[in-house]
Design a protein around this ligand. Structure first.
Ligand SMILES: *[C@@H]1O[C@H](CO)[C@@H](O)[C@H](O)[C@H]1NC(C)=O
Ligand SMILES: *[C@@H]1O[C@H](CO)[C@@H](O)[C@H](O)[C@H]1NC(C)=O
Ligand SMILES: *[C@@H]1O[C@H](CO)[C@@H](O)[C@H](O)[C@H]1NC(C)=O
Ligand SMILES: *[C@@H]1O[C@H](CO)[C@@H](O)[C@H](O)[C@H]1NC(C)=O
Length: 475
């Protein structure tokens, strides 16, 4: 998800450069500004920052000689107009919001506004809940390209259907607020949209089936961390430019629609922490075959079922992260996974995998994390002690009772895995669990059972590490 932020920077940077250029330009340009435009700007800002803010006194020439932090302007037909407004504590002299700030209706009089950003502004959902205005947006339909509201705990209520009128909108980011209700199907009318991020709210209901082929320019769809439920509409397969699809941490379920295989440019597919199933049916992971550009395949914590061998590994050659923890996955780890040369993160823990661990995994040039714990893997782990030393706790294979490691014990021994019988070294007869790698091993076995009791989340520090390492990887 972090790289979504990185993409954010790509959107923001040109704006900042544009800001600098405009202010330089403003020194020698004395274009006038209409009184009406100026008054709309002043009262808009006052609604956010408080009644005390007296623009006409402090900033008599807001687009010219007395620029306001967070306000950008441009000249149209010889007159200054406001094109971007950004409130919230972004920089030291930013426009900071008052406790009782609200969305001003005068905003809709700024008819050339291209970008509006409200960051960490509305903060008191109990005493000052603020809603997104339900009308007026059509007045900005000819101009608004970016609408962002992030980290506003006091921003409540629904996304109004009127947002669908913003037919120039390229970026709609309503992230980490307290918005709720169902997503309006009018979102699907935003045909110029390139980025739709609604994560970290309390949205319920289903993913609108209108999010489909009309949105041919959509690159990023992030509805993660909400309470969306039901099936994923096959129409989503019509989002033909999509590169990142993040629906993680919702209540979505059923079979992942085969139509998603149409998303040929997808690099991130994150469906973690949902209720997707149906992996047992023939061809159920076949949709991945079309996703040759995929770099991150994250499906952990879903009751998928099925066999790991039925994934089309050979056609997913650009994979760098595979998260399949806790997905009821069975079968043997296919050696084809060792052919994914860019693989950095592989989490297959908490499944029903059986059979041996392919020693070829050690030769993956970029591998930085390998989680295999709590399966029914068996036989000998044949990685070198250098591999265990390098990986540390980013290699985990504990909780596989029939697995042992070949090697001489000592500090490099994989945590919680017994030494194979008959190896030279310290193995003690009949004591396979705790004897070989000392305290660390018994601690691992103990924590394995406690994290089992707690449903996987708590206990062992390394039980949490797939997610932690993945977060670092995606940074
Ligand atoms: C702002 O200051 C000017 C000059 O002191 C005054 O005339 C005007 O009424 C003030 N406006 C507000 C909204 O306080
Ligand atoms: C998850 O899906 C199953 C059917 O596959 C259903 O019976 C169950 O109620 C769902 N759980 C939740 C929390 O939605
Ligand atoms: C895989 O990655 C390489 C290097 O980034 C890229 O050139 C290639 O197009 C990618 N393959 C697909 C199928 O997208
Ligand atoms: C684990 O695998 C062994 C064979 O290595 C098998 O005998 C046993 O039944 C399996 N256990 C489970 C719980 O599937």
């Amino acid at each position: 998800m972090r790289n979504l932020y990185r993409l954010g920077a790509v959107f923001v940077l040109p704006l900042l450069l544009c800001n600098a250029a405009l202010h330089a330009h403003a020194q020698d340009s004395a274009a006038p500004m209409e009184k009406k435009e100026q008054e709309s700007l002043y009262s808009t800002i006052r609604s956010f920052v408080g009644r005390w803010w007296n623009g006409s006194e402090l900033f008599p020439d807001p687009c010219g000689s007395t620029p306001v932090q967070g306000v950008l302007c441009d000249v149209f037909d010889g007159l200054w107009y406001v094109t971007a407004l950004s409130v919230g504590p972004v920089m030291e002299n930013s426009l900071d919001c008052a406790r009782d700030s609200h969305f001003p209706l005068q905003l809709f009089e700024l008819g050339h506004l291209r970008s509006l950003s409200v960051f960490s502004c509305f903060s008191d959902p109990a005493r000052h809940p603020v809603a997104i205005p339900s009308k007026g947006w059509e007045k900005l339909s000819g101009s608004l390209e970016s609408l962002e509201a992030r980290s506003n705990r006091g921003l409540t209520g629904e996304v109004p259907a009127a947002i669908g009128a913003l037919n120039k909108l390229q970026s709609l980011v309503l992230e980490e607020n307290k918005l709720s209700g169902e997503l309006p199907h009018e979102l699907g009318e935003l045909s110029k949209l390139r980025r739709l991020v609604l994560s970290g709210n309390q949205f319920s209901g289903s993913v609108p089936a209108s999010l489909g082929s009309a949105m041919s320019e959509l690159l990023i769809l992030d509805l993660s961390r909400n309470a969306l439920k039901g099936l994923l509409p096959p129409a989503a397969g019509g989002l033909r430019s999509l590169e990142k699809l993040d629906l993680s941490s919702n209540l979505l379920g059923g079979v992942i629609p085969a139509a998603l295989g149409e998303l040929r440019s997808l690099t991130l597919l994150d469906l973690r922490n949902n209720n997707f199933s149906g992996g047992g049916a023939a061809g159920s992971f076949g949709f991945l075959r079309g996703m040759a550009a995929l770099q991150e395949l994250l499906l952990s914590n879903n009751p998928l079922g099925g066999e790991i061998g039925s994934f089309p590994w050979a056609s997913l050659e650009n994979l760098s992260a595979v998260g399949l923890s806790n997905t009821f996955l069975g079968g043997e780890i296919p050696a084809a996974i060792a052919g994914l040369k860019g693989l950095r993160f592989l989490a297959l823990d908490n499944n029903r995998l059986r059979g041996g661990v392919p020693p070829e995994l050690e030769s993956l040039p970029a591998v930085g994390a390998l989680y295999l714990s709590r399966n029914n893997l068996s036989g000998r782990l044949q990685f070198s002690s250098e591999f265990y030393r390098r990986m540390g706790t980013r290699f985990a294979a504990w909780g596989n009772p029939n697995l042992c490691y070949a090697g001489g014990g000592g500090d490099d021994a994989p945590i919680g895995v017994q030494q194979c019988r008959g190896e030279q070294g310290l193995a003690t007869d009949g004591d396979l669990g705790g004897g070989t790698s000392g305290l660390r091993a018994s601690a691992a076995v103990l924590s394995a059972s406690s994290s089992f009791a707690g449903g996987g989340g708590g206990g062992a520090p390394w039980a949490a590490s797939p997610a932690i390492f993945l977060a670092a990887l995606l940074l």
